[in-house]
Ligand binder design. Structure first.
Ligand code: NI
Length: 226
């Protein structure tokens, strides 16, 4: 599932985030890449655990906890603290698959990366190129969203970031370990939940809603780990 989640941050919040990031320290993005990805990764990153990254990341995670579309689609168990990157001057990130298991820095905790997320912090007209390309069985999809919006996609997907040939592309990125590891099962649950929400509005009080909600929870009980 490739899903756009609009307006995670407001326009004003994006401006504040950009100001904080402009004053942060930036290092070579290869610091968090595995050996294969390091060969094709060309960007800059705020170091893991940097106070600015931590503060902004906490705000983003707090926002996500109150975003029903994110909860329904990701069924999150653990979220890796967000990192922030910047592409400019022709930089890109060649085709790769994200590392499956990530250690949360300074902790004994590991996150299995079931889902990848990119939060766009630059407006599309601020830069040329920089599309996130995500491949699935239907081909490659180009994603370039308004600042403050986020895309969620399976971390098992081949993906790349096209060269940024003008301006700067700044974004947040992180991973989610889902209660439901399998993308196909998670997608079925998301579709079912979406249909239940629509019926709740269109036909409130219909006894079929009780039955469908029961099916949702019984599938979740069968497939979820906590
Ligand atoms: Ni990646």
């Amino acid at each position: 599932m490739l899903l756009e989640i609009p307006d995670i941050l407001s326009r004003d919040e994006v401006v504040l985030a950009r100001q904080a990031l402009a004053e942060a320290e930036w290092v070579d993005g290869r610091v968090t890449a595995g050996p294969q990805a390091a060969k094709v990764k060309r960007n800059a990153q705020v170091p893991e655990g940097h106070p600015t990254a931590r503060a902004l990341g906490d705000d983003i995670l707090a926002r996500l906890e109150r975003t029903p579309l994110f909860i329904s689609a990701a069924l999150p168990l653990k979220v890796f603290p967000p990192l922030f990157n910047r592409y400019s001057g022709g930089q890109s990130f060649g085709t790769h698959i994200d590392t499956a298991i990530r250690q949360v820095p300074g902790t004994p905790h590991r996150v299995r990366t079931d889902l990848s997320a990119t939060l766009f912090l630059s407006e599309p007209d601020e830069y040329d190129g920089g599309e996130l390309m995500v491949e699935d069985s239907y081909g490659a999809h180009a994603v370039k969203l308004p600042a403050g919006s986020m895309v969620l996609y399976p971390a098992s997907s081949l993906h790349d970031v096209r060269p940024v040939t003008r301006g700067e592309r700044i974004g947040g990125f992180f991973w989610i370990q889902s209660m439901v590891r399998d993308d196909a099962q998670r997608t079925l649950l998301f579709d079912l939940d979406t249909a239940i929400q629509r019926l709740t509005t269109a036909a409130p009080g219909d006894p079929a809603l009780v039955q469908l909600t029961g099916v949702y929870h019984n599938l979740l009980r069968r497939w979820a780990d906590t």
